[in-house]
Design a protein around this ligand. Sequence first.
Ligand code: ZN
Length: 230
Amino acid sequence: MWMKDDEKSRLVAMTREEFDAMMVGKYPKIFSDRNKPMSETCMCWGFDVGPGWHPIVADLCEKIDAVGKKFGVVAVADQVKEKYAGLRFYHHVIMDDSVPHIETELPVSQSDYDVAEGIIDDLVSHAEGESYRICEVCGEYGKTYSKGGWLTAWCEKHAMENGAIGKPVTDEERRKAIEKRSKEIVKELYDNDQAIGTVLEGKKLPIDKVPFRVVVSVIESATRDIDNEE
Ligand SMILES: [Zn+2]
């Protein structure tokens, strides 16, 4: 991400409320669910990230808004939060019927939609990946630190101020921590006959005999569940 220093400082200095109001005002379509009830969207919680990540979120939204306008789609945000020291920008892409395609002036074709969705997903993944190396407090270059088992992205100064002791957590350590939790969830689901039992049409196999593809699909949904755990 590239951004002018003064623009970056301006965004980092904003309070959560100021940032929220600015983003919702600037991107009403992306944040159309912002004020919907908790029963409909997790976007009701607002922007659940530290000020150091305001520039990443602002930059991401500028890009996905531009892609959306070009292709006639909208990436509607479902939740913006920090999890395991990384940004999560959950969203879904819808056709924007109010805007004809900028060049053809026709409604969006399925292939345009697919291309746009792919670009938006890539932009989101990139921003999420970048966040691990950006201090959530000040926006300076940082790393993932562990404090009492909680992972947070901090620069050296803020890691020390927050009492995070020791070396930063490596990507490998973070991956292992998430994998460990995924396995625990798979085990819980298996023991409770949920998910795995359903996929196998009620036939309960010993856990080591469960087909690999089933475990993978359960882990994929479990990882999503982990993200949604509070
Ligand atoms: Zn910092």
